[in-house]
Design a protein around this ligand. Structure first.
Ligand code: ASP
Length: 363
């Protein structure tokens, strides 16, 4: 819902009035704090790296702000792009199913200007845009979290249509997985074969020109997960956290580990203590690595922004850059006064070796 109309001209005037203009371009690299008094607002950050959707996600959020929408309007509409995009196999419609071939979707929203209020849904079936249902949980109830059948009933009551979310492509992958089950299956993240290029849970963070912040996270969760499994994405403080005085953080990757350290809450609290978003993301990643004696056998990515418009993204495990042969972090996307761009994140460790992958205990 768009609450306040501002004109296109006022929107850009507001950019200048908060100190963002051409002379500052190039200053806001990841981990570099803004100079006192310089604010990089508005700012959109998303964890999304799919070539097909990353730009449409950030530009949608930017356009909603330009039309006078709230940070939550912008984040919700941006996440809807990914949820409705069939080319995105990890979120919403066209996402990946659980072990029984059904999609169970998880999503959360949090809005700074609404009193840091939050809403979430988990294991929601047959609804293409779970983050919009999570928003309604926040706005139309005094509950925070609805799951399964209750979440579906609530969505239908509010006019959402029940639809089949399983695409032919996802069905074929699921059947192939079923046909190849062995005693080595363990319900952890799938082998690379099933891992879509650059996909994954979406976090969208929106900081508007006034400094108000909202965040949305949405996912279809781990491929072929157990029925009823819920990850970090709908857990406030794990997959998403917003404090309108401080900033916003979200996680993607191996959700159980994010939940165990309250990853997003921890990142925001570290920013409250004075860390930059990048330092806070690194801190959380290091905490997880330490809990696993320096050898985590999974991936986890944390992205964050603060109220001034600094941002950062850290991963536990990076990837090897084909050209340089060096370890680089998992990427993320940004939209600010400079426009849309993708940036490399930071990584604490190289990707797992084949030996490490093979050493993961199976049931
Ligand atoms: N974090 C998600 C979950 O655990 C999955 C992902 O980001 O790949 O459900």
């Amino acid at each position: 819902m768009i609450v306040k109309k501002i004109t296109r001209r006022n929107f850009f005037a507001s950019l200048v009035s908060v100190g963002v203009g051409l002379p500052l371009i190039g200053r806001f690299t990841q981990g570099q704090p803004t100079k006192k008094g310089n604010l990089n607002r508005p700012l959109i950050v998303t964890s999304k790296t799919n070539p097909d959707v990353k730009e449409s996600v950030t530009t949608t959020a930017w356009d909603v702000l330009k039309e006078g929408g709230s940070p939550l309007d912008a984040a919700e509409k941006a996440v809807n792009v990914s949820e409705l995009d069939l080319k995105d196999p990890t979120v919403g419609y066209g996402g990946s199913p659980n072990e029984e071939g059904d999609l169970q979707l998880d999503a959360s929203v949090m809005s700074g200007p609404d009193g840091n209020n939050a809403g979430a849904v988990a294991a929601l079936e047959n609804i293409k845009t779970p983050c919009s249902v999570a928003r309604l949980v926040m706005e139309r109830t005094d509950h925070l979290f609805l799951v399964g059948k209750g979440a579906l009933k609530f969505a239908k009551m509010h006019g959402f249509k029940e639809e089949n979310l399983l695409t032919e492509e996802a069905r074929k992958e699921w059947v192939e997985w079923k046909e190849n089950l062995s005693e080595r299956d363990y319900y952890l993240p799938p082998r690379k074969k099933y891992k879509p290029e650059g996909g994954g849970t979406i976090n969208v963070f929106v900081l508007d020109a006034k400094g108000d912040i909202a965040g949305v996270t949405s996912t279809s969760g781990h491929h072929f997960k157990l029925v009823g499994r819920v990850g970090d994405s709908p857990i406030i403080g794990a997959g998403l956290y917003v404090d309108n005085d401080i900033g916003d953080a979200g996680s993607s990757g191996h959700g159980a580990e994010s939940i165990k350290v309250c990853a997003s809450f921890l990142a925001v609290e570290k920013m409250r203590e004075g860390m930059t978003p990048l330092q806070a993301c690194r801190f959380v990643c290091q905490r997880v690595v330490d809990r696993h004696d320096g050898k985590p056998m999974f991936g986890l990515k944390i992205a964050a922004l603060n109220k001034a418009g600094d941002y950062g993204c850290g991963s536990i495990r990076g990837r090897i850059d084909k050209e340089s042969g060096k370890v680089v972090g998992r990427g993320f996307s940004v939209h600010d006064a400079k426009g849309h761009r993708s940036e490399p994140g930071d990584a604490l460790l190289p990707p797992m070796t084949k030996e490490e992958r093979d050493s993961i205990p199976r049931r």
